[in-house]
Design a protein around this ligand. Structure first.
Ligand code: NCD
Length: 318
């Protein structure tokens, strides 16, 4: 593996390798001294053109725990706000000796362009490109689901599990990356959304589709419910073109205490964050003992350590 750009073309073998490596990384994080010398002397640049809290901090923590040098670069306050192109930014990072660039960008395809533009020699990790892909989020989601729902998970996928992804699929790179990854790992995936919040061109996706959360819960038991944020910033007109009102959205697609009570005992509740409490998820659901939302954040560090390790040190170690 040279780059981590998406999950669409990822093999099951590679996905399981990343999850198993993440499990080993997670084990090192239980120790008193959590820092490993693995990436000493390597430079990881966090290149963020879009706002982020957990993803940026998570990549930074992951790189630092592997002893890499980390440079944080956010577009705000940089020459990007003076109109500098992605190419010139990339050439600058190359000149500074970046071994890996973690990129988040508002344009779908930006990570691919950075990896294949011929401007950088290092690895590119996609931390979210437009509405396209967010592979490390999907990997941490798969890791979290596997840990909770598959006994003795090493070497295993998610065979036989049913995962419902609920809400604003249209604008969600998290949903796209998860559809590809979870199905590659053997899970059944149901998408639950109003027709206006489903992408066109999802015909070939191997998923079931429901237009209300109750319909999905009636149809089959789910092992995990993954709630998505309603991405108002990507909706021109504040959302009114996509659903009649926030109340109506919550009534059909929100996860609340009543719907929680209908879930099987073992079912976990996930959300990539940031949450709109009271819109797609109630406080009762978000804070319930079956919610693994905070744990997803912790697992994100282990998964990103695994990704950085496999891209930057994997070959040398092998
Ligand atoms: C997601 C993102 O930025 O794509 N958040 C994240 O990375 N944890 C989802 C979102 O913004 O709703």
């Amino acid at each position: 593996m040279k780059h981590l750009l998406g999950t669409k073309d990822m093999t099951r073998e590679d996905a399981v390798l990343i999850l198993d490596t993440a499990a080993q990384m997670a084990a090192t994080q239980e120790r008193e001294i959590r820092k490993l010398p693995t990436l000493r002397g390597k430079t990881v640049v966090n290149l963020f053109f879009e706002d982020s809290t957990r993803t940026r901090i998570s990549f930074e923590a992951a790189a630092k725990r592997l002893s890499a040098d980390v440079i944080n670069f956010s577009a705000k306050g940089s020459s990007v706000s003076k109109g500098e192109s992605l190419k010139d930014t990339a050439l600058t990072l190359q000149a500074m000796g970046a071994d890996a660039v973690v990129v988040r960008h508002w344009a779908s395809g930006a990570a691919y362009q950075l990896a294949h533009g011929g401007w950088l020699h290092g690895s590119v990790l996609n931390a979210g490109d437009g509405t396209h892909e967010h592979p490390t989020q999907a990997l941490l989601d798969a890791f979290t689901a596997r840990k909770h729902l598959v006994g003795d998970p090493a070497g295993k996928g998610l065979d036989g599990l049913h995962i419902a992804i609920v809400g604003d699929v249209l604008h969600s790179r998290v949903a796209r990356s998860n559809v590809h990854l979870l199905t590659t790992l053997g899970a059944r995936v149901s998408l639950v959304a109003p027709p206006t919040l489903l992408p066109v061109g999802m015909g070939p996706w191997p998923v079931d589709v429901f237009h209300s959360l109750d319909d999905a819960l009636d149809a089959a038991d789910v092992d995990a419910v993954m709630m998505l944020r309603v991405q108002r910033e990507r909706m021109t007109g504040g959302g009114s073109a996509f659903f009649p009102s926030p109340e109506e959205y919550t009534r059909l697609f929100g996860l609340d205490g009543d719907r929680m009570a209908r879930l099987p005992e073992h079912t976990i509740v996930m959300h990539p964050g940031p949450m709109n409490r009271g819109l797609e998820i109630s406080a009762e659901a978000a804070d319930s003992p079956r919610s693994v939302i905070v744990e997803q954040v912790a697992n994100g560090v282990a998964v990103r350590m695994a990704a950085l390790y496999l891209l930057l040190a994997g070959e040398e170690q092998a």
